[in-house]
Design a protein around this ligand. Sequence first.
Ligand code: ATP
Ligand code: ZN
Ligand code: MG
Ligand code: MG
Ligand code: MG
Length: 509
Amino acid sequence: MYLVGTLEIVFNRPLTSEENIVQYIAQLIEFLNNDYLKRGARDPKEAATIKNYRIDESKIVLEIETGVKVRLDEASLRIRNVLASNLGRKYRLGIRSLLLRNPKVIIDGRTDVSIRIPIVKNIIQNENSTVIELVDLDESDIKKPLFLRFLRLLEEKEQRLKWGGKAEHWSLLKSSGIKISSPINVDPNKVLEDIGWIKRMSIGQWLYTPPLTHLLNALKKLFIDEVLKPLGFEEAIFPKMYPLEVGIKTGHLKGVINSMIFASLPKSFNISEFEDLIDYIYVMDEVSPEDLQKYLKPPSYFLCFAQCEPFYWFFENEILDDESLPIKWYDHSGPSYRWESGGIHGIERVIEFHRIEVVWLGKPEQVIEIRNELLNKYEYFMDKVLDLEWRMAWVTPWYYEQTGITQKVEMDIDRPGTIDFEAWLPYRGPRDDNKNWLEIGNISIHGTKFTESFRIKHNRGEILWTGCSGFGSERWLIALLAQKGLNPENWPKKFFEYVSASPFPRSIR
Ligand code: ATP
Ligand code: ZN
Ligand code: MG
Ligand code: MG
Ligand code: MG
């Protein structure tokens, strides 16, 4: 990707009046091209160059070409500053105005970009490149975040073209080793449905009867008692329906809008305005979604997706001091919703699922330490408490995956990133095929991704990071039942103890 444009700088009086000025400008352009416009980019191709220029009475017209490190906007301002300060000091020349004419972005390959963006004038698709023509920009336009965000969007699109086709990153960090000696070939999802412990209400959505609820609760309680409480995490209750602005700040609206579920308010609180619809339902005993839609406002909420969104929102614009840090909470007050399209299976991959979401906020070293403590506890939980066959891997961070950012994944576990926990599901097939493993949870540090977008600050200006970990309740239970079976005699001791702590609910025949 490169950018071109014509920069017109108008001075308060003619520049051609003195030969000295013309010569001095030539020197300044040389300095800009050889030095100042190259600063901040290792590769000169990523920096900026003045291809040629001409002086026209009180105007300088410069043709610039730039890469992505010193971009058109930055280059224009650097040129402006060098000319203004030097010509001002020496010849008392002042700049009247600055205009960037016909700015263009040229991208390798075919890229689509919305023509509705106000600064986009025209898009030309060539065989192997895309030229995006922008409107003329004055100094204040150049400084607006709109222009910067637009260029960032194009860079991300280019990155996606480069990396997007590639598979998700996955590198093994550790595994429990071979554990299960006599694998069970039964799909617990199927058994649970056959014995009537779960019933499907609609695609990817189930009712869990008391016996299954009892098992889910026992497992969640075990996790909270063995992992979260000893580490000092405290329970909070997060909302499960979020205003759209929250999804702009987390990035979900631009990353996974195709999997989000939205909610609408009614157009009116006055029930008489629904009379026509109500009469129809009364007599016809049916309602069509298209008909219903006429009575609803456009969606203004999205349903819980990552479950940690409210945590960042809560601290938005807040200033925290050392005494309140680190903050360590968890929430399991309600479901998450994802449109999973195909791929739905049993209670393993559903549209409405339940999870314990663990969140923390602190200085980078605190956030890393908490992640490490959790990691140890998770390992203990999988090995000693549940005796699972598991593995963990360094994967594409969820906050890239879900927010539309495409980037190469660095393999360094003390840097921001995501670790997935996976369990082998013997009913699916042999352990050496990756398809037969299920992601049951993960643990991440996000760096400043959310403290930046929600402007969460430290009182002495120190950097703050966040972390989160999702314990997918259905997934852990399925992993346990798939590996241990449905006979309580074969369940791990601690789990059995928790299940037996209160009377087992009756099944409905
Ligand atoms: P997958 O790779 O299986 O699609 P994910 O990476 O999209 O999962 P995350 O966004 O990391 O999932 O969510 C955290 C946890 O929530 C997962 O590790 C899993 O335990 C659980 N989870 C995610 N999606 C579902 C779903 N559709 N049904 C049940 N549990 C889910
Ligand atoms: Zn999270
Ligand atoms: Mg997923
Ligand atoms: Mg994940
Ligand atoms: Mg995943």
